[in-house]
Design a protein around this ligand. Structure first.
Ligand code: CA
Ligand code: CA
Length: 194
């Protein structure tokens, strides 16, 4: 336990971080080890290059988009707190732990998971997934499995089915409604923590 406690004591505001993300002390210690391993030059932060060594991401067709999510506010480095906050989106929902009233929504709530997934598509951040944005992501995900023609028809069908207000794009609400029955934890099971 001694060495574990000393890991935790190295992390500023670790109590707040655990509360915000729902990670246990054991999770945080594991993530800290992971962070230190990724930070090969011992800079105290991660750069884009450090993410290249995460195998699960290198193999993920939209791995670049997920890595991009760590750098969303335009900064070029990721500190431990940002690292943990982004990863918290991938923590499975706590089905047996109803939210206490008056507490902020958990990072890994269904809505926040969907928001995270939505912004992987919405690259220009205008709040809508355009046909071109959807086409781009699906092309990455499907790679060689379908022809361009099939891909375009999948995209058109997806937009037609999801688009309620008829602007030929998918808003967050439309996105959420179209994924109502999907198990989001399964969709987001990107196992780069192991
Ligand atoms: Ca957009
Ligand atoms: Ca729409």
């Amino acid at each position: 336990m001694g060495s574990n406690n000393s890991t935790l004591s190295k992390i500023p505001n670790v109590g707040d971080l655990m509360q915000e993300t729902g990670f246990t002390p054991a999770h945080i210690i594991r993530l800290y080890d992971r962070f230190e391993t990724l930070d090969r030059d011992k800079k105290g932060y991660l750069s884009l290059k450090d993410f290249g060594s995460i195998k699960g991401l290198a193999l993920n067709p939209i791995g670049d988009r997920i890595i991009g999510a760590f750098f969303t506010s335009g900064q070029e480095t990721v500190d431990f707190h940002t690292f943990v906050r982004i990863l918290a989106h991938f923590r499975p929902l706590d089905k047996n732990q109803p939210r206490e009233p008056n507490t902020p929504e958990a990072i890994n709530s269904r809505t926040n998971k969907l928001r995270f997934a939505f912004q992987l598509y919405d690259q220009d951040k205008d709040g809508k997934i355009s046909r071109a944005e959807l086409l781009h992501v699906l092309r990455m995900m499907m790679e060689m499995q379908v022809t361009e023609e099939q891909l375009e028809s999948i995209v058109d069908r997806t937009i037609t089915e999801a688009d309620v207000d008829g602007d030929h794009a998918i808003s967050f609400d439309e996105f959420r409604k179209s994924l109502e029955k999907v198990n989001i934890d399964h969709k987001m099971s990107i196992r780069f923590l192991r």
